[in-house]
Ligand binder design. Structure first.
Ligand SMILES: *[C@@H]1O[C@H](CO)[C@@H](O)[C@H](O)[C@H]1NC(C)=O
Ligand SMILES: *[C@@H]1O[C@H](CO)[C@@H](O)[C@H](O)[C@H]1NC(C)=O
Length: 335
């Protein structure tokens, strides 16, 4: 009798262990579902970004818009005869304690080119004190998170979405020199320049007041506020930066009105603001003074991450399947 029960118990022992592992695995996945969903949305951006891009990329065919701007007067401050949906307001953000003063001084003449190009527009310069007051007054529920962001650039990015939602208008980085007025673009509810290789840049955005999409950019800040492996670049990009904003854009049900300004297919980077470039509307004079880290090193890290995440997911699913098959086969052999 004993001789029969003993071998049976020996071959049964791994089974409960295995079942436990599976149950814990499933429980773990369930608990981490929000995180995994975010990871998935962020990782999928290079693919889903291009869905219906013919509708949201500004073009002559769909929008009757001249993306070279050659057809528009340099001084055109209104979209007339179209309706102006973007209010006549220029916002610049210069936060970062003592460094901000020097930053304002350094880019004073550059910023002034944009003010001069848009005479009679309302002008805001968001310094630390103004920004603190604004967030405390208008987004009290986000204030603690906003105040304690680890990197200054996160505070700046998040503030951009909040002021754009609250006031509407145009948000410009301090290092953008205006070559022409932005009037022709004011007929669209939202415009931002295409980034390379996917998504858009948040250094220049235009929006109508209380724009629904910009509201989503504010609402999602809290959910996406994570430290990604303690690395500055992924943390900034995925919590508040271009990758974050582009992901929210990609998941909007109808992106037709959320315009992205890019060049024609044979010169797609015409309006890209990466690096020290001249586009039809701006001279980007390039500043990395807000980044406390080596941007190029961190850029390569960030790029690696976008393919590493799906690769890791596939690898872990593959390993699990392999383990299950082996366990099944072993059980089959013994039976
Ligand atoms: C620019 O203007 C010319 C002449 O009026 C017109 O033929 C052309 O279609 C315009 N281009 C765009 C892209 O609007
Ligand atoms: C998306 O919005 C545009 C303009 O707001 C509208 O013309 C179009 O029919 C909408 N598309 C879908 C699929 O709902």
């Amino acid at each position: 009798m004993g001789a029969i029960t003993l071998p049976a118990r020996v071959h049964r022992t791994p089974r409960p262990l295995f079942t436990c592992l599976i149950i814990f695995g499933i429980l773990g996945l369930w608990c981490a579902r929000t995180f995994l969903h975010q990871l998935w949305t962020l990782a999928a951006l290079p693919v889903i970004w291009w869905d219906h891009s013919d509708r949201f990329l500004l073009s002559a065919q769909v929008d009757d818009f001249d993306i070279t701007f050659a057809n528009y007067s340099v001084h055109q401050v209104s979209a007339a005869p179209y309706e102006d949906r973007v209010p006549a307001i220029l916002h610049h953000v210069a936060m970062g304690g003592a460094g901000a003063e020097a930053h304002i001084e350094k880019w004073k003449t550059v910023r002034q080119t944009c003010i001069d190009m848009h005479p009679d527009w309302e002008v805001f310069l968001w310094t630390d004190d103004l920004a603190n007051q604004f967030v405390a007054d208008n987004y009290p529920e986000l204030y603690d998170m906003w105040r304690t962001y680890r990197y200054p650039i996160q505070k700046i990015d998040a503030l951009r979405y909040m002021i754009l939602y609250h006031y509407g208008g145009v948000i410009l980085d301090m290092d953008l020199q205006c070559r022409r007025a932005l009037g022709p673009l004011r007929r669209f509810n939202f415009v931002a320049p295409a980034a390379h290789p996917t998504g858009f840049s948040v250094g220049f955005m235009m929006a109508s007041k209380r724009n629904e999409f910009v509201g989503r950019l504010v609402q999602n800040l809290e959910g996406y506020n994570r430290h990604w492996l303690g690395l500055p670049y992924p943390t900034v990009m995925f919590s508040t930066g271009c990758h974050y904003a582009s992901t929210v854009h990609a998941y909007q049900p109808n992106r037709s009105e959320l315009k992205i300004l890019a060049g024609p297919p044979n010169n797609f980077k015409l309006h890209s603001l990466n690096g020290h470039v001249a586009t039809p509307i701006f001279d980007h004079l390039g500043s990395s003074s807000w980044h406390s880290y080596d941007a190029s090193m961190i850029t390569s890290l960030g790029r690696a991450k976008t393919w590493k995440i799906p690769a890791l997911m596939i690898l872990s699913v593959g390993t699990t399947l392999f383990v299950i098959r082996r366990a099944k086969r072993r059980r089959g052999m013994k039976a």
